[in-house]
Write a protein that binds this ligand. Structure first.
Ligand code: SF4
Length: 94
């Protein structure tokens, strides 16, 4: 039996998109006032965050719900909550 790589395992996951109800909201006014390092661009394993025209944008549909960004970002720069019941990531391999 072939062993799957981490990337192959992650590709097996499913995501139920809660369209119109983002579970991540970026408060760019806080980013601009308090954050010089933009850690979210580097710590997220799913590369959810990007910088577009100087603003941080979250493509929340790919979130793995690991919570790393909530630790890395300054207080109140992110509003993050788990997706509503039945939505979000569905792991196939734990
Ligand atoms: Fe990325 Fe994890 Fe934050 Fe989701 S919870 S945006 S996967 S760092």
């Amino acid at each position: 039996m072939k062993r799957l790589t981490v990337t192959e395992k992650l590709a097996q996951n499913k995501y139920e998109l809660d369209d119109g109800h983002p579970h991540i909201v970026v408060h760019n006014e806080v980013c601009e006032a308090e954050c010089k390092i933009r850690a979210c661009l580097f710590v997220c394993p799913a590369e959810v965050y990007s910088e577009q025209n100087g603003k941080i944008v979250a493509d929340w549909a790919g979130c793995l719900e690991c919570g790393t960004c909530t630790v890395a970002c300054p207080p109140q720069a992110l509003h993050w909550e788990y997706p509503r019941g039945g939505f979000g990531i569905i792991y196939r391999y734990g």
